[in-house]
Write a protein that binds this ligand. Structure first.
Ligand code: CP3
Length: 344
């Protein structure tokens, strides 16, 4: 264990730190010119994900520039379907694409291995830890089964994940098999990331918000509970952050039932409700990424409202979703300085 305290890790264990530590979802990305340069050198987006040296480099770029309190492994949630041979590609302007899975193909995924295919990602985790300052928390991550399944079923991104919702109603048994399979593989993947040097892990359920209450229980809560139980069985001391975007009012039940240590909040979560959630454990969020694009008062006032409401309990300051390519890197510097000065 390191002698230097890692602030994000301390908050995840329940401490309140003033000013709160900060990192941003998608902090290594196209808004940074140095990312675009490395990305151009790597070839395709997946080539970058599977090149430990370049994945390490882009993970460290935002740490060097801003001194964030946490680094997040540079990779993607869709490396799991890629390891399952779903022919994943990322093409400029089209987002991710893959071969849509059919109900009668799901049983054939049973027994498939994601290693050694994902070994380069684990090599990146070790490389990143070696290159990070002692005080910086390293986060591993993966997608939640529901969110990963939505892409596997549609074969691409959609505005409302209608294909996956329809599939789940029509082929419930096959769909639940797919979720269990993804939960088990993803948990094993997180355990390997932790063993390679991740201090904590985040589970991204970016499409939680398109489900009805019963489906949220069956497709989001249950598989994430299964994953967290499996991770905790091997790594009981490692905190898990769960980010269920759009889950709103259901986040209290979500925390209790999944066993997540910290809850990621999107920007639609009302701050009064976020305070109630914070009574039960650490929270992370939740500035609207468009406030960073707008910059100036829109950004700083939004940040102040979060600090006023949540800054006196266990909080990790973050955005409510990933930073977008239109964000100005200088606005991010201003945001970091503001959080650190405001509460110093
Ligand atoms: O946060 C970080 O800096 C770590 C890296 C990270 C990426 N994707 C890199 C990435 C993380 C944590 C993700 C998670 C991810 N990927 C999610 C969950 C979080 C969310 O944003 O909702 C999802 C749904 C995906 C799937 C995915 N990957 C999509 C839909 C896209 C296309 C949209 C886009 O922004 O282009 C990606 C591509 C992607 N993943 C990029 C990056 C930096 C941009 C691609 C590029 O550089 O060419």
């Amino acid at each position: 264990m390191s002698a230097v305290p890692r602030k994000v890790l301390s908050v995840l264990k329940g401490e309140t730190i003033t000013p709160p530590p900060i990192w941003l979802m998608r902090q290594a990305g196209r808004y940074l010119p140095e990312y675009r340069a490395t990305r151009a050198r790597a070839g395709s987006f997946l080539d970058l994900c599977y090149n430990p040296e370049l994945a390490t480099e882009v993970t460290l770029q935002p740490i060097r520039r801003y001194g964030f309190d946490a680094a997040i492994l540079f990779s993607d949630i869709l490396v799991i379907p890629d390891a399952l041979k779903r022919n994943v590609t990322f093409t400029e302007g089209h987002g991710p694409q893959m071969t849509p899975i059919q109900a009668d193909e799901i049983d054939s995924l049973k027994g498939m291995e994601i290693f050694p295919h994902l070994d380069p990602v684990l090599a990146a985790v070790s490389g990143i830890r070696a290159g990070l300052p002692e005080e910086t928390t390293l986060l591993g991550f993966c997608g939640a089964p529901w969110t990963v399944a939505t892409y596997m079923i549609a074969g691409h991104g959609t505005p409302d994940q209608a294909p996956a919702r329809l599939f789940a109603y029509r082929h419930r048994k096959a769909f639940l098999t797919l979720l269990d399979l993804l939960a088990d593989l993803s948990a094993a993947y997180l355990v390997r990331q932790i063993k390679a040097g991740a201090d904590a892990v985040q589970i991204f359920d970016s499409w939680a918000g398109v489900l009805g209450e019963d489906e949220f229980e069956d497709f989001c809560i249950r598989p994430v509970q299964r994953m967290i139980a499996a991770v905790k069985a091997e790594c009981p001391a490692t905190p898990v952050i769960a980010f269920a975007k759009g889950a709103g009012y259901l986040l209290k039940t979500y925390r209790r039932k999944t066993g997540a240590d910290a809850i990621g909040l999107d920007w639609s979560v009302p701050l009064a409700f976020a305070r109630e959630l914070q009574q039960e454990g650490p929270v992370q969020g939740n500035l609207d990424p468009m406030r960073v694009v707008a910059g100036g008062a829109a950004m700083l006032e939004g940040a102040d409202r979060i600090l006023d409401a949540l800054g006196h309990g266990p909080l990790i300051f973050n955005l409510g979703h990933g930073i977008t390519p239109q964000a100005d890197p200088d606005a991010v510097s201003q945001l970091v300085a503001h959080i650190r000065k405001d509460m110093a």
